[in-house]
Every structure is written in C-alpha cells, then in structure tokens.
Design a protein around this ligand. Structure first.
Ligand SMILES: NC(=O)c1ccc[n+]([C@@H]2O[C@H](COP(=O)([O-])OP(=O)(O)OC[C@H]3O[C@@H](n4cnc5c(N)ncnc54)[C@H](OP(=O)(O)O)[C@@H]3O)[C@@H](O)[C@H]2O)c1
Length: 277
C-alpha cells in the first residue's frame, strides 16, 4: 500500500495527523530526528531524518505517495534539495504554511519560499495557511501561574486555531479528492485579543489572569534569545502589531472542509488545562 509520510510528526500538528491517519487504518511513515523520543502509535513506520540534512530525506520517500510537510521554524536553506526529492518521488504534498497578511510590512518568511519551490516542481500540492496557533499561548504558562502576562500588543486580535483542527483538515485533504492547487486559509472561530485569551485561560484554569503590555523592544530581546533568527522575530512582531489595527480575518474554511464548526479557543484551553497548572 502506498504510504503517507508526515514530517514534524512529534509536533503539535504532525502528532495529530499521524494519529488520525493511523486510526483510519492508513499506512503512515513518520520522519523524526530521534526515534527513541518519538511517542507514536505502534503501527507507524518511524524513520530517522533531518530536514536540514537533505541526504537523509530521500531514503525516507521510498514507496511514499503523499507527504504532510511541516517545515519547522528555521530558514529555507535546505528547502530546495528537500523539495526536489519530494518532486521526484511523491504525487501530492500537503504543506503546513502560514496565513501571512498581504498588507503586513513584515519581511518575507520561509513559508513564502517553500510555497514557491513546491508550486514550481511538485505535481500536486495543497497549502494549509492557518492563523495563529492556540498553542502559542502555552508560552505564557509560567506567567499565567503568577496571574499577570507581560507581552506586547494586548489589543492584537487573532482567530487562534486548535492544532486538532489543522490536523483534521490535513487528514481530510490527504484522504479525499479535489484539493490539488488549493491554498486554504484556516482559522479558529473566534476573534479574541491577546488580553482576552489570557482572561479565558484564567477562567478555564480557575486562576485569575490579566494582561500587562510590555514594550516591543523588550520582547524582541526575549524572542531573539529564544529563536535566534532576527528576520523571523521581526516578522512575528510586525505581525502582532498589525493585528492591533487590522485584526486577523476569521474564515469558515474549517467548517466548509470538515462539515463541523472549528473548535473554539475556550475548548482548546480546556484541552490544555493541565499545561497551565
Ligand atoms: N505557531 C503559529 O502560530 C504558526 C502559525 C502558522 C504556521 N505555523 C507553522 O507551523 C509549523 C510548526 O508546526 P507545529 O507547531 O506542529 O510544530 P512544533 O510542535 O513546533 O514541532 C516541530 C516539529 O518539527 C520537528 N523538527 C524540528 N527540527 C527538525 C529538523 N531539522 N528536521 C526534521 N524535523 C524537525 C520536531 O521534531 P523533533 O524535535 O522531535 O525532532 C517537531 O516534530 C512551522 O512551520 C510554523 O511556521 C505556526
């Protein structure tokens, strides 16, 4: 049987994609850097590979028909040889991209480059362009425990999406026809400011939590230390700033594709209550 390869299989989205495909009885291969750390369903074929070492990716593509491609948050230097290998071996690539606002003054990020490469060489592709992930708010967990979250742009409004919805759309696209050449902007159902997100997490976890704005320059220093890539940091900050005046657009694409409403931020917080304890 032809396999589906999933990268980022130990991550937020890829983990659910692997589990759902395996549950549906499909033949799944997971590309991971360290199999000893990967907690995946028993029937999944786990192979070792690293997207920054393209020579490790091609062997993982034998017998693979479709790929769910997660390109983790690093630059696209090795994207060209990796996408070349995909184009040679694979019929359909579903790429987890991002919904970059057209009006934003943010510098371009690796997703635009990956989309360009895939479009140019892979026979059949679908781009998932999610809004901000609800999982981003896990970064506030320590601060939530203290009752105050310090971060810039409390009035930035986003339509955060549950990682389960992104994965469900990915599985739907991988297992049904008619998605070739489509780019799906998928979002959560609610537009919430960052300050409201913190309040909801507080309500769900039973700890009162509030927002206090931090100067963006200070946040830039923290992000540079965490992510390293100045371009990516500036792009993220410009993105948040833009959502103050131009809130993220809510789409009904998850519902259109899955036939059920997208999961709310409150339900995401309930699913992750233990992470904020
Ligand atoms: N956060 C957002 O708001 C947002 C919005 C739109 C798009 N996105 C995009 O979503 C993607 C991240 O998805 P996610 O949150 O599901 O991922 P994640 O939870 O951050 O996990 C990253 C995954 O990538 C794997 N990985 C890291 N480096 C790798 C390498 N060199 N080679 C192979 N695999 C590697 C990790 O595996 P191991 O560490 O186990 O090896 C892990 O499975 C990124 O492309 C991001 O830009 C995010």
């Amino acid at each position: 049987m032809n396999k589906i390869l999933v990268t980022g299989a130990t991550g937020n989205v890829g983990g659910h994609v692997v589990t759902e495909l395996a549950r549906a009885g499909l033949s799944v291969r997971a590309l991971v850097r360290d199999p000893s750390r990967a907690r995946l369903p028993e029937q999944v074929d786990v192979v070792t590979g690293d997207l920054t070492r393209p020579e490790t990716v091609e062997p993982a593509l034998a017998g693979v028909e479709k790929v769910f491609l997660v390109w983790p948050g690093f630059a696209a230097q090795t994207a060209e040889p990796v996408v070349e290998a995909l184009a040679k071996h694979v019929r359909h690539v579903v790429y987890l991209s991002a919904n970059v606002p057209e009006e934003s003054d943010a510098p371009p990020i690796f997703h635009q480059e990956l989309e360009r490469l895939i479009r140019a060489s892979v026979p059949n592709w679908t781009f998932l362009r999610p809004s901000g992930f609800a999982t981003n708010t896990l970064g506030w967990a320590d601060q939530i425990r203290t009752g105050v979250v310090h971060w810039p742009y409390g009035q930035a409004a986003r339509a955060l999406i549950h990682e389960k919805d992104i994965a469900a759309v990915g599985v739907h696209v991988l297992t049904s026809a008619g998605h070739g050449g489509a780019a799906y902007p998928i979002t959560g159902p609610d537009l919430l400011t960052q300050a409201e997100q913190v309040r909801i997490i507080g309500e769900v976890t039973g700890r009162e939590a509030r927002w206090e704005d931090m100067p963006p320059e200070e946040a830039r220093e923290h992000l540079l230390a965490a992510w390293g890539d100045a371009n990516f940091v500036d792009s993220a900050l410009a993105g948040w700033r833009s959502f103050v005046d131009s809130p993220e657009q809510v789409t009904d694409m998850v519902e259109k594709l899955l036939g059920r409403p997208a999961l709310s931020f409150r339900s995401w917080a309930r699913d992750h209550e233990a992470d904020f304890r």
